[in-house]
Design a protein around this ligand. Sequence first.
Ligand SMILES: Cc1cc2nc3c(=O)[nH]c(=O)nc-3n(C[C@H](O)[C@H](O)[C@H](O)COP(=O)(O)O)c2cc1C
Length: 172
Amino acid sequence: MTDVLVAYATKMGSTKEIAEAIGERLRAAGHEVTVLDAAQVRSVEHHGALVLGSGLYAGHWRREAVKLLKRNEKLLVDRPIWLFHSGPLGKELTPQRAPRKVREIATRVGADEPTTFPGRLTEQTAIGFIAKKMARGDMAGDFRDFGEIRAWADRVAGQLSATGSPVPPGGA
Ligand SMILES: Cc1cc2nc3c(=O)[nH]c(=O)nc-3n(C[C@H](O)[C@H](O)[C@H](O)COP(=O)(O)O)c2cc1C
């Protein structure tokens, strides 16, 4: 059993729901899971592993997710970490490259490049003038595939079990 932090950065709520779905699967696999807004995370020191996701905006991650990575880079070297981002709208999923800063940190802490999950943009949930305008166009909709998200989380759970149960340094 590993104490896993699932942190998310969202503007319009859809990435939070993805994080919660991931958290549920990890919990079902027997892990201790905390799901938190990245803005609320000071340190990962009390957690044995991190799953971090951000909504994509103009190719960027939200600032609070990048801050979490930067602030915890040293601690993350010793912990398993999985990254994802959500954004692409439309039926055709085009995997998105993470911003350079995120890729650089991912490399340094030994994480794979983020997995891309499709996003959501609807008139009901859009926040801000541009988003609301986009939500009236042909990209609007909820393209998230929770089956795919749960399958991904199950693979993370499997990898966590395979790597043993890392205990945070100084913990337990
Ligand atoms: C102004 C704006 C810019 C966006 N830019 C991107 C982008 O660069 N790449 C992408 O894949 N999705 C982009 N999206 C789609 C969002 O990432 C998608 O709606 C996502 O699910 C939002 O996440 P959130 O609900 O957690 O904030 C953009 C959406 C808006 C409103």
